[in-house]
Design a protein around this ligand. Structure first.
Ligand code: IPE
Ligand code: IPE
Ligand code: MG
Length: 229
């Protein structure tokens, strides 16, 4: 990379929002919106690999999403399981390392077992890290990290950062939210301190690898100042 060349994004995170509205617009069941959302995940993970991203973090289920009707929560769980079963071989072969952030152990034991097997199988991979946020809430993550830091010694931004679920990922460069909502919904509050943000009206099931590529181009054109001048 030349001296004046702007830095490329290493770590991108996405709040995948708008599955319900995508389905509603088409008079289809919400579950189908989520199903199409999984197809978007597949496209975007492939895109992230091809674009050479070091890490892609996807918000799949928040600590607040338990408030949804039981049927929708269980639809989301079965989609998650099916996705891991159907795509794990491809990840393993493509060098993708699967990581989970959030308190995923609160899920049913079949989901926990599947997720842990998938993480173990891809743990040695050195390509793109796909971090999936499951039962993730940033405030919960920060509280857990602060407690661990305090048990070990002084509590500083550095010692908290080192205990976050994302501790082994590069710093967050770009945070994208689809579907036109402009809020963080308890996602990566700490990590977003100096991330660039991009809000798009595209609904998640319509999001493509091309949209990701465009977002990375926008990112490169932004000037990050980190409080300096
Ligand atoms: C995002 O789509 C998927 C999850 C939160 C799991 P939504 O289901 O939130 O879709 P909208 O926001 O209702 O359109
Ligand atoms: C954020 O979307 C959570 C995920 C994408 C998993 P929500 O649809 O749950 O967020 P709110 O409720 O609109 O803030
Ligand atoms: Mg939503």
């Amino acid at each position: 990379m030349g001296k004046d060349e702007p830095a490329r994004a290493r770590h991108v995170a996405i709040i995948m929002d708008g599955n319900g509205r995508w389905a509603k617009k088409r008079h289809l069941p919400r579950a189908l919106g989520h199903q199409r959302g999984v197809e978007a995940v597949r496209r975007v993970v492939r895109g992230a690999r091809e674009l050479g991203l070091e890490a892609l973090t996807l918000y799949a289920f928040s600590t607040e999403n338990w408030r949804r009707p039981e049927e929708e929560v269980s639809d989301l769980m079965s989609l998650m399981k099916r996705f891991i079963v159907s795509d794990l071989d491809e990840f393993a072969e493509a060098g993708v390392r699967l990581k989970i952030i959030g308190d995923y152990r609160a899920f049913k034991s079949d989901v926990v077992e599947l997720v842990e097997k998938a993480m173990a199988r891809t743990a040695g991979n050195t390509g793109t890290t796909l971090a999936v946020a499951l039962n993730y809430g940033s405030q919960d993550e920060i509280a857990r990290a602060a407690a661990k830091a305090a048990a070990k010694g002084p509590v500083t931004p550095e010692t908290i950062s080192a205990e976050l679920d994302t501790a082994d990922l590069p710093p967050l460069d770009l945070l994208i939210r689809t579907s036109g909502e402009v809020r963080l919904s308890n996602f990566l509050l700490w990590q977003a301190a100096y991330a660039e943000m991009l809000f798009t009206d595209v609904l998640w099931p319509d999001f493509t690898a091309g949209h990701l590529k465009d977002a990375l181009e926008t990112f490169v054109s932004r000037e990050r100042r980190y409080g300096g001048r």
